[in-house]
Write a protein that binds this ligand. Structure first.
Ligand code: ZN
Length: 293
């Protein structure tokens, strides 16, 4: 997604792209082409800065795209490449951090100094705000809530981090699809392998297995969120990413799990809710990077 955002957080124009290039050069060329097309179509806007959200690990200080699991990208100096292309200052950060900043600037965390952001899509990422600032950790990797272990035993799936039963393996969009199948769901929905979107739609028709898959989703998310809440004592936990569109489906089970996992008297005003930014969280996140110090 490429777009122009005003300093008030208003999206002036945007285009969605399906990025297909996987080589570092191809990814950079695709992005440059998309930006050139957007600027050519809207010549009356004169952007002052560029922000970019990075899938994978990023080093915002050095402007590096450190690693992407889907491509051979390693230590790519993305910010300086784009600065040379556009003649503008460029800020980058990973997707979760950027979305958390956008939620605080434009979404439901205005005025919240302590909150946890979770992206639940193909993977699970997270970010932590403490004292009104993003908390990065000793190596910049704080907030990896996707690697909190939420399942043990035969149902725990191995994760790329080396452990098994991580939230990312059990409760991401891919996790929902695998849970649905292991609960005895149909191998195809509308002619394609099940995914979070189609299982969501099926659950809304009352399909028992799809409903159970979303109940399991609430249980797994509740275990991860409960552990994080007891540690951080946030005002809010915000859930974004494609799976958050099924928030109402997993909320009863998530809420029940939080009752048994969160130290209630220590977290009396806790709010857990879906992002206020919807599908635009990533684009607004990129813009939010430009507004931060
Ligand atoms: Zn893991």
């Amino acid at each position: 997604m490429v777009g122009l955002v005003s300093f008030a957080g208003e999206i002036l124009c945007m285009e969605r792209y399906l990025w297909t290039e996987l080589s570092p050069e191809g990814v950079v060329e695709d992005i440059k082409r998309a930006i050139r097309a957007l600027l050519a179509a809207h010549p009356h806007y004169r952007p002052k800065m560029m922000g970019a959200t990075i899938p994978g690990l990023a080093d915002p200080e050095r402007g590096l795209w450190v690693e992407a699991s889907f491509s051979g990208i390693r230590e790519l100096p993305f910010a300086s490449i784009m600065e040379a292309e556009l003649g503008l200052p460029v800020k980058i950060d990973n997707d979760g951090n950027a979305c958390a900043k956008a939620e605080r600037l434009f979404g439901c965390c205005k005025g919240a100094d302590y909150f946890i952001w979770m992206t639940v899509s193909n993977g699970i990422g997270g970010a932590i705000f403490i004292n009104g600032s993003l908390y990065s950790g000793s190596c910049g990797n704080a907030g990896e809530i996707g690697h909190v272990i939420v399942e043990e035993g035969p149902n725990a799936r191995p994760c790329k981090c080396g452990h098994s039963g991580c939230a990312e393996m059990q409760a991401s969009g891919l996790g929902i699809a695998r849970n649905y199948l292991s609960l005895g769901g149909k191998p195809e929905i509308d002619g394609e392998p099940p995914n979070a979107r189609t299982i969501d739609a099926l659950a809304r028709t009352g399909d028992k297995t799809a409903v159970e898959a979303y109940e399991l989703e609430g249980l797994y998310l509740g275990r991860a969120i409960g552990a994080a809440v007891n540690l951080i004592n946030p005002q809010k936990v915000i859930i974004g990413g494609g799976v958050s569109l099924g928030f109402d489906l997993f909320w009863p089970s998530l809420s029940k799990t939080l009752e048994t996992h969160v130290y209630r008297n220590a977290n009396p005003g806790l709010v857990v809710e879906p992002t206020a930014l919807g599908y635009n969280a990533g684009l607004l996140g990129a813009a939010a990077l430009c507004f931060s110090k």
